[in-house]
Structures are given as structure tokens and as C-alpha cells.
Ligand binder design. Structure first.
Ligand code: ATP
Ligand code: MG
Length: 395
């Protein structure tokens, strides 16, 4: 079972690259589904076929290729709407203190939830699922969602359901926070379990690869670098980059001008992305539409390499034990020290990089330690923890 997620800035060629990769996967004998989570679907256009909300066979490939455009506008399960409504109510009622409210990375959105649940439903039925994601910002929201829901579970639902049931009238009165009806609890719990499953799948290096698509232009590259950092911060592994729309070197003066400007950007890729493999996709004279054109493009991009291979990448987060301290190490490739901020709060570490934030639940051994300094070096943030004698004895 393999999941390949393609993301990147708007218009760089995510859909085309996903579609081409899926064609190649099917040609190599894998039962393949290409699934679009972008509400602005164009997967069907790339194949020149009609695709629906359920997997639809895409004809013309020897092998098994299906496509699906998740209908994120689909009538939403009533229970989730209620959950969302409740979460909002709690926040508005001030049940979460303002500093914590500021920590909220994501208010779960309907579209992301639906896309993740659909991915979970499909993943076991296929050898390979290629996901054509929405542009970066939405994708990051999507991928941050399962963990963000954990945050809600811990903060907004801190009490046992049974206790709440018996005490609801009193608590509502005392706390000034509306207590959720039982069915909301049940819905939240189910959703939490399902989204935790998806997260486990998406951070499993044997299953999931995140691939960044970019075009060799300064502005696009700058965003790709930020995305690379943010994905790592959330624990996702980018193990491949596709540089799309690369001009040939032998053209007229106009094309040669572009080719040489692109070359200097391409030269910088190795510096930015280190050992992550970089595939190049040629700028074609016409839009690659349909399985034949997409298959040829994939042949050009991957040559003899295997886009489905599992590629070794550094652990996103580790805890190392030394003689008298622990070191929590978080991969933050390309991050600039000046935009990294770190706050310890009880059993959590609030990590902010630029405009992105992750609330990391500390591994239990670290909850009984005091944080004792942090350093950003070689693309990793290392936070030192010393056992707290008081907490250690008690724990
Ligand atoms: N290598 C290429 N050569 C020529 N045309 C290309 C190439 N890659 C993509 N295109 C064309 O560029 C347009 C945008 O590509 P695509 O839809 O794949 O981008 P996207 O990143 O999915 O965009 P969006 O952010 O809107 O989802 C399409 O018309 C596509 O056919
Ligand atoms: Mg697209």
C-alpha cells in the first residue's frame, strides 16, 4: 500500500504530475487510484474524461487506473456540523483562555475532514493512491487537521463523558460554557479515531510520500522552501521534488533565455533540498491531456527511476537519551532561526515557524523534565530537557 501526495503552489502542475504518475503506476501493474482533494477539480480535464465522487475507471491504460474527485461540497454529515458548531460555541463562550485560543492552529473545516475521511476509506482498496492536493496553504491545513483535533480533544473535551452527563446542568452554569449533548461527544470521538488513523497512515514512511511540485522560478521556489519546512514541522516527509515546465536548452533566443534563467534556479535546488531526489519534467509544446500524453510525460520525468519506491528521509521527530538529559529533535529544514519560536506549556511544546504553528504533545518521559535550552542546527531544532527532581520522584 502506497500513498503519494502531490502538493505545491497554485498552477505549477500538481494535477498533471499526479495524473502522469498514476498512469505510470497503473502501467507498472499497480491497481491505482488517483484522487483529487482540491475543491477546484481539474483531474477529469487532465485525463479528458468524466470523473465522479466515486472511483471511476479511466480507460485507455493497460492495467487498472481509476480516478475520483472528492466532492467536498457534498451534504455534510449532520453530526459533524453539530460538532463544528459546538467547538465554535465553546470558543466564543470563552471556555478556552485567550492564549490557548491563539494556539489553535486549525479550526477543523468541512472540506478537509471530508477529504481525509475519503482517503481513509479508499486507501485499503488499492495498491497505490495518488493524491492530487489543493495548493499549499489548503494542503497544510488538511495535513495539520488530525493533530489539531487532538488538541480539541484534550482541551475542549477534558472530562469523561459520563461525568459530564450527570453534571451537565451544574457545569454549564459554573463554567458558562455550553456542555455538548451526548451525540456530539459520540461524533467527536468517532471522528477523532478516524482522523488519528489517517494521521498514522500519512506519517508512516513505508506508506506515504509527500512530493513537492514546483517550477524553476524564484517566487515558486521561495514558497516551496517554506512548504518544505512546514511539512517537516508537522511530521510529514517530503521525499521527492518534481521541477516542472523545464525549458529545453536548444531553442530560439527566447527559449534559451528562459532555459538559462531556470538553470540558475535548478542549480539552487540541491542547496535547498539536500539529498531529496529531484525529478525534472519538460515544458511540453502542448498541454499533456489524456492517458497517452500523460504516460509519455511520466516516462520523461521518471526515466528508469521508480516514483513508488520508498525513499529514506530523516525522522521528523526523535527523542535521544544522554547521561543526564534528553534531547527532543524536530526536523526543521531551511528554517531561519529568527522566525522560530518555542514555548513550553505544561505537557506541550508550542512551536511556531513563520506563520505556522504546531502544538506538540510531549512524549511522556519529557513531561517530567524541565526544558533547558534549544538550538537550531543543520536543519533540526534540538530542545534539551533535564529531569525535574520533584516531578521525577512523583512520576
Ligand atoms: N510540463 C508541462 N508542459 C506543458 N504544459 C503543462 C505542463 N505541466 C502542466 N501543464 C499545463 O499547465 C496547466 C496547469 O497545470 P496543472 O493543472 O497540472 O497545475 P496545478 O498545480 O494542478 O494547478 P492548480 O493549482 O490550479 O490545481 C494545465 O493546463 C496543464 O496542462
Ligand atoms: Mg490542480
Amino acid at each position: 500500500m502506497r500513498v503519494l501526495l502531490f502538493t505545491g503552489k497554485g498552477g505549477v502542475g500538481k494535477t498533471t504530475t499526479s495524473a502522469a504518475t498514476a498512469v505510470l503506476s497503473a502501467l507498472r501493474g499497480q491497481k491505482t487510484l488517483v484522487l483529487s482533494t482540491d475543491p477546484a477539480h481539474s483531474l477529469a480535464d487532465a485525463f479528458g474524461v468524466r470523473l465522479g465522487d466515486e472511483p471511476t475507471e479511466i480507460p485507455g491504460v493497460a492495467g487498472s487506473l481509476y480516478g475520483q474527485q472528492v466532492d467536498t461540497q457534498r451534504a455534510f454529515e449532520a453530526s459533524w456540523r453539530e460538532v463544528q458548531h459546538y467547538l465554535q460555541e465553546v470558543l466564543e463562550a470563552g471556555g478556552v483562555d485567550p492564549i490557548e485560543a491563539e494556539e489553535l492552529t486549525v479550526l477543523p473545516g468541512a472540506e478537509e475532514v471530508l477529504a481525509l475521511l475519503e482517503l481513509r476509506r479508499q486507501v485499503e482498496r488499492w495498491d497505490v493512491v495518488v493524491v492530487d492536493c489543493a495548493p499549499t496553504a489548503e494542503t497544510l491545513r488538511l495535513l495539520a487537521l488530525p493533530e489539531a483535533l487532538n488538541w480539541y480533544m484534550d482541551r475542549v473535551f477534558p472530562m469523561e463523558r459520563r461525568v459530564v452527563r450527570s453534571l451537565r446542568p451544574v457545569l454549564t452554569h459554573l463554567a458558562g460554557v455550553p456542555m455538548p449533548p451526548d451525540r456530539v461527544f459520540a461524533a467527536v470521538e468517532r471522528l477523532h479515531t478516524e482522523l488519528s488513523d489517517v494521521r498514522r497512515l500519512l506519517v508512516d514512511p513505508a506508506t506515504t510520500s509527500v512530493r513537492l511540485v514546483l517550477t524553476p522560478e524564484a517566487v515558486v521556489l521561495a514558497e516551496a522552501r517554506r512548504t518544505f519546512t512546514s511539512l517537516a514541522m508537522h511530521g510529514y516527509r517530503v521525499d521527492g521534488i518534481v521541477a516542472n515546465r523545464v525549458f529545453p536548452e536548444d531553442g530560439d533566443a527566447f527559449v534559451r533565455g528562459w532555459a538559462s534563467a531556470q538553470q540558475s534556479q535548478l542549480d539552487g535546488l540541491g542547496v535547498s533540498f539536500g539529498s531529496v531526489p529531484i525529478w525534472r519534467s519538460p515544458y511540453l509544446a502542448a498541454e499533456p491531456v489524456g492517458v497517452d500524453a500523460l504516460g509519455r510525460l511520466a516516462g520523461d520525468v521518471y526515466n528508469d527511476s521508480d516514483p513508488l519506491a520508498v525513499i529514506d528521509t530523516p525522522e521528523p521527530m526523535t527523542v535521544e537519551r544522554f547521561a543526564d538529559e534528553f534531547v527532543l529533535s524536530v526536523a526543521l529544514p531551511l528554517a531561519d532561526k529568527r522566525e522560530v519560536d518555542l514555548v513550553r506549556k505544561r505537557d506541550e511544546l508550542v512551536l511556531t515557524v513563520g506563520s505556522h504553528r504546531r502544538v506538540i504533545a510531549l512524549p511522556s518521559v519529557l513531561t517530567r523534565c524541565v526544558a533547558d535550552g534549544a538550538a537550531l542546527r543543520d536543519g533540526r531544532l534540538r530542545v534539551r530537557f533535564r529531569p525535574d527532581p520533584d516531578l521525577w520522584m512523583r512520576g
